[in-house]
Design a protein around this ligand. Sequence first.
Ligand code: DX5
Ligand code: ZN
Length: 213
Amino acid sequence: MRIISPSLLAANFKNISEDIKKVESAGADRLHLDVMDGNFVPSITFGPMIVSAINECTDCHLETHLMIQKPHKSLDQYIKAGSDTIIIHTEASTNPKEDLLYIRKNNVYAGIALNPYTDENCLLPILDYLDYILIMSVVPGKGGQSFIKSTLNKMENIVQMTKDRNITIGVDGGVNLDTISKVYDTGIDITIVGSALFKSDNISQRYQDLMNA
Ligand code: DX5
Ligand code: ZN
């Protein structure tokens, strides 16, 4: 089964609800929200106020990808804003286990993201606290980058590592018509697609093409 989670980073923020409707009618039932703090990554995007506004435009499952340093300081705000899944970065958290437990305690799915060059074995001690693993296939910080092929091997390893567990695996960055089938072949569950979807002239057709690639 293939699941695409559109990354709104590449959508038109002048009229975000319009782009959300387009991907919903194409079949999307989840959305990926990229929060950047200008510290963990150089860029700044948006915060909880925008997550909350997006939550009011849609019934989609909202996965909030926190590219922020010391995420524990802001978890409450993203929980309150209506996130269904919150993803912290293992490289940014001072205590991933505690953060994940806190997210779950608030009835939100708990996820961790891993940068392309971070060793996946760092997941072993926290597997019990995870609902979601986001494998970065680009260095986080901006959309439209090229897919890093060496992460395909990491995807296979993480699929093996989690095979007897109920953990969803997502892949984020550089997923497009050329790379998507290689990514699904590794056995992961969800691909995040930003520019390859929203920069198309026909978003609905592109969504179908990505599903069938
Ligand atoms: C990168 C973000 C991604 C990004 C994906 O820092 O986490 O979610 O928006 O965009 P594309 O699909 O354009 O690589
Ligand atoms: Zn992301």
